[in-house]
Design a protein around this ligand. Sequence first.
Ligand code: URA
Length: 466
Amino acid sequence: MSSSASASPPTPLHMIDLIRMKRDGGALNAREISFLVTGAANESIPSDQLAAWLMAAFLRGLSLDETRALTLAMRDSGEKFPPAYLGKTAVDKHSTGGVGDKTSFLVAPLAAACGVAVPMISGRALGHTGGTLDKLEAIPGFRTALTLQEFEAVLMKCGASIISQTKSLVPADRVLYALRDRTGTVESPGLICASILSKKLAAGLDALILDVKTGSGAFLRKPEDSAYLAALMVATAEAAGTRTVALLTDMGQPLGHSAGNWIEVAESVELLRGQRPAQSEDLRELSLILAGWMIHLGGQAATPESGYARAEKALADGSALRAFFAMVEAQGGDVSVFDNPNFHSPGATKIVKAWVSGFIFAMDTTALGWAVQRTGAGREKAGMPVDPHAGIDFHTRCGTHVEKGQPLATLYATNPALLVEPEAILKQAIHFSPTPPQKVPLVNRIFTRESAEAHLRDVVNAASSH
Ligand code: URA
């Protein structure tokens, strides 16, 4: 080939061609994905075209190569945070999303109290799941939109900081995340993988622990689908140079007793203060397991089990509580509200009582998540404010025996009209039985690089033999 031929400019790309290619089941190459991500980040591609491509990707799926290219392009869509100079190993945790999932408020201070730096870039409510940022903003004054310099200053001072994607940090995810929420395109393994890992890889982590949910409240409910997502994320993050482990954990019912905004932060502080309500035991246990892994991956414990023991000590001696309050204050939050019993002031409250006697057999946790969203704790449209005091407190768990008339849940909203739909959903979503259900383990499976790669090979081989 002549040198003039090899120097000819690449053919221009057009978004309409990329939509049609994906719609017809084709695979985009890295240059095409980079074009799409750049256009999402700088908002030069209109949102109707991005939405059409997201739906095509949702329906057709993304190949392993496309997922990897999308993750890296989204990571590179803005500035990156290099935490090496913090002088500590940087480790984070991210969950694929659930109902009442508030482990971030526990694991970040637990790991920070044990000498690990936790630079956490989080998201807002997505689909039926709550958002870490919306929950933190229920603390008066708490700022999640920090500059990189402010993020670094909080990390240096407190060991942990939780912030949002911004126009400069992973801007492509800021745009695509909000669009997916509005277009019913959340539950896609490739899109979830790229969304989560772009944020985590941009934070320059040394290691990452992923909490991949499975069960009725997960985005991917079936164990085989959530296992695929876990393996996909571990293999993609490892290929990008970040040591990563995923735990497949149960989301067959809300985690802990609360699902909403303020009530979730308050429950977390209850645990950080050493209280142990029976309804929060699963949350406490999962947080200690995840923090144990973070402390181990951060080089502060030889094994995840000894990391768990260190985390338990940080919970008992109050150092994790101090780390959490230090972070809240450093990000502008008013910690005095945690001592004010009148701070939680919803406009309307309703207790829902058991309509029969029996064992709580199963919950449709996704439906419960929508019930929480409709109390006003989540948003119907992008940019809408959320009600910090809205949400649901659950008083029972799967396997508990209840008598007819016993309180099942307390609903909070700004006015009684907003409680009608959540109550109706709740009554459809909680199932009773005369016999107890089988106990489900909190952690189902663990994926490391080797087991993730082996799992993906098996999935690809099984698909090609069909
Ligand atoms: N959390 C994210 O950040 N992105 C997703 O797509 C799902 C959960």
